[in-house]
Write a protein that binds this ligand. Sequence first.
Ligand SMILES: [Cu+2]
Length: 159
Amino acid sequence: MSYQSILRRISILACLLAAPAWAHTVAVSGAWVRGTVAGQTATGAFLELKASEAAVLLGVASPVAKVIEVHEMVMEKDVMRMRAIPKLDLPAGKTVELKPGGYHIMLMGLVKPLKKGDTVPLTLKIEGRDKKPITVEVKAEVRDQAPPMMMEGHEHMHH
Ligand SMILES: [Cu+2]
């Protein structure tokens, strides 16, 4: 191997090592928020996430709600209930759906009603394998879509 070709190999390696940190991406698509009716203080936000490398969703922030949690749906004594989870795993290259009846972002303590056509800004806090937190800004469209049947009743479980 010539000195020149060794040099070339070294410079190729240097390029690979210098790959930019933003090569790790989290793609967000189909973000929407369920519109609210008068007096309603909580609603759900839904979207799809696809991380290029394994990552975790640690939390969500938005100016429209005082408290925001990531929820999962669990079956408890034949009743579907929702429960806050501290983080949501985003496996590399897989689409993770947050949708009605499944994982969702719970917006609580809404500061104003959310009408169809409004835009809700969401800031997703995500952490990759390198433990460096990144934020992803999302604009979610408000839709007036009725909740699915399975969402009914879970707020009145304590008899
Ligand atoms: Cu919920």
